[in-house]
Write a protein that binds this ligand. Structure first.
Ligand SMILES: [Zn+2]
Length: 81
C-alpha cells in the first residue's frame, strides 16, 4: 500500500490507545516504551493500522491486560504500540 508520500507527518493529537494510568508513569517504563516504539515494526500505531491509517505510535500498551502483574507488565511479547 502506498502511504509514505501522503501520510501526515504530525503526531497524534489524541492518542488512539487508552490514556496511560499511573503504572506507566515512571522512568523505566518510559525508556522501555520509547525503545520499543523506535523499532521499525512498532513505529506506526497498531490501532490506526486496523483502520488502514498510518500514524506514528505515541504509546506502548499491553495486549493482555497486566492487572498489576509485574511479569506480564514487562513481557515484551505482550506489548503493542
Ligand atoms: Zn493511532
Amino acid at each position: 500500500m502506498a502511504i509514505a508520500a501522503t501520510a501526515p507527518r504530525r503526531l497524534h493529537q489524541r492518542p488512539c490507545l487508552r490514556p496511560a494510568p499511573s503504572a506507566y508513569n515512571n522512568r523505566r517504563w518510559k525508556a522501555a516504551s520509547r525503545a520499543f516504539r523506535s523499532r521499525p515494526e512498532n513505529v506506526s500505531c497498531v490501532e490506526c493500522r486496523k483502520h488502514k491509517r498510518l500514524r506514528r505510535s505515541t504509546q506502548t500498551d499491553h495486549i493482555v491486560p497486566h492487572n498489576g502483574d509485574e511479569q506480564l507488565f514487562w513481557t515484551e511479547a505482550n506489548w503493542h504500540a
